[in-house]
Design a protein around this ligand. Structure first.
Ligand SMILES: [Zn+2]
Length: 271
């Protein structure tokens, strides 16, 4: 069985990740379950220029789209609320939306880089309190160290020990020693496989335990076949990890952390 814990769709500016590609991926690759979030919520472009607010998608509207997609495939998908802490914030209206649509979501996605906000910024805190309230993990994009350096992620994880934090991309550009030490030290800090060096994944599991790493591919960032770039990594994991460790990484950890009930069980092409 496979749960892909890191999938995107959405459209904003010249970035387009079609929903139909996401669905094609699920069926073509026989992924049993996927955690999806809508990139239309980015607030700053790749060059760190704020996107014209008139062209941005409102926080509630873009997450409603996620909920609608989950409603269409209730046995295969669950959403992460993509937040807009810079331009909108955790308003009462947003909290009401989350309460009303909570069945379709299983966590929150913070993209400090595309919101140009540090993960420790006070504007992020109300969203973390929502995670606390619903027992949801908080997924943090950590690929850029400007807004979400390891130190800040650890600080927030220490401040909210009852919230689970998943550091996706695991600051892939940095030396992994400090990252692995932090994941080992903090019981509520996890990571995923996206953009990761396969050796670092095996090292992390050896040092921190197999319960700390979630499988994800970042599909459809490079189209329907984004996951193909992970086939070598998957082979490396299959060669270097034991059966129980593989089960944890490929689906058990995601099922536990996001509290998913997965009914679909396919003979997956990955694992
Ligand atoms: Zn992501």
């Amino acid at each position: 069985m496979v749960i892909d814990s890191h999938i995107h769709f959405g459209k904003v500016m010249n970035l387009e990740l079609p929903e139909q590609d996401l669905i094609r991926y699920i069926y073509e690759y026989k992924v049993d379950y996927a955690i999806i979030s809508n990139v239309s919520g980015i607030e700053f472009d790749d060059k760190m220029n704020e996107i014209d607010r008139a062209r941005q998608y409102p926080q509630i509207q873009l997450n409603k789209r996620t909920a609608d997609l989950v409603k269409e495939y209730p046995e295969r998908l669950k959403g992460l609320c993509w937040i807009k802490p810079h331009g909108e914030g955790c308003t009462e209206e947003f909290e009401r939306f989350v309460e009303e649509y909570k069945l379709y979501f299983c966590g929150i996605k913070v993209h400090p880089y595309h919101s140009a906000i540090k993960i420790t910024d006070p504007r992020i805190i109300p969203y973390i309190l929502l995670c606390q309230k619903f027992n949801w993990p908080c997924v943090i994009h950590s690929g850029s160290s400007i807004y979400a350096p390891l130190k800040a992620i650890c600080q927030i994880a220490e401040s909210y020990p009852d919230v689970k934090f998943i550091m996706v991309h695991m600051e892939s550009t940095q030396d992994d020693t400090k990252i692995i030490e932090s994941i080992k030290k903090l019981p509520n800090l996890y990571c995923d496989t996206t953009w990761m060096n396969p050796k670092s994944i095996v090292k992390t599991i050896g040092s921190c335990g197999s319960h700390k790493v979630l499988f994800g591919t970042h599909t459809v960032s490079n189209g329907v076949h984004t996951a193909d770039q992970y086939l070598d990594m998957i082979e490396y994991l299959k060669t270097n990890l034991r059966g129980k460790e593989l089960e944890d990484v490929f689906y058990k950890n995601a099922a536990n952390l996001f509290r998913l009930e997965v009914k679909h069980k396919a003979k997956n092409i990955f694992y």
